[in-house]
Write a new protein. Structure first.
Length: 162
């Protein structure tokens, strides 16, 4: 069910999947409006039966896009890398510590300095930029011993070794 007003997005008039292909892609243009600063809206797209095209399983024929200006914890920082009896997240335990929006924004700033996009897969990239963030916080704390860098959980900690 789409909750995003139709005036806030543009879809192509016609979407084509090439003959013999099972997948395709479309360009969705999203438009800013103030409500997105405080609430996420949904844009739901689905493949419709027609001609030689059939929907297939809903997991493959439907896309639900959450649209917002709010920052959410990325999947790689929240997934369970352990098991049911021993849940843990490797990013939280060994690299960046507990998620906070401020810490994530600072991590993104470090990535941006080198034009790097991180998808959560390359642990070398994670380590490199976690170390950069750790050193940035350490430098800040050295210069501001009475007001250490903090987030909503208190003094900001980055557990990565190095």
């Amino acid at each position: 069910r789409t909750t995003l007003p139709a005036t806030q997005y543009e879809l192509p008039e016609k979407c084509v999947i090439k003959a013999g292909e099972l997948t395709g892609e479309i360009l969705v243009v999203l438009k800013y409006y103030e409500k997105l600063d405080t609430k996420a809206e949904l844009l739901t797209l689905q493949v419709n039966d027609g001609g030689e095209v059939r929907q297939g399983p809903s997991v493959y024929s439907r896309a639900i896009i959450s649209v917002s200006n709010l920052l959410f914890a990325p999947e790689w920082w929240t997934r369970n890398d352990g098991d049911v009896n021993n849940p843990y997240n490797i990013v939280e335990e060994w690299y960046l510590g507990r998620y906070s929006e401020k810490k994530y924004l600072m991590f993104l700033e470090e990535l941006k300095k080198d034009g790097v996009v991180f998808d959560g897969k390359d642990m070398f990239i994670l380590r490199k930029y976690a170390l950069r963030l750790k050193n940035r916080i350490k430098d800040y704390n050295t210069q501001h011993p009475d007001e250490p860098m903090s987030d909503e959980y208190g003094k900001m900690e980055i557990p990565v070794a190095g």
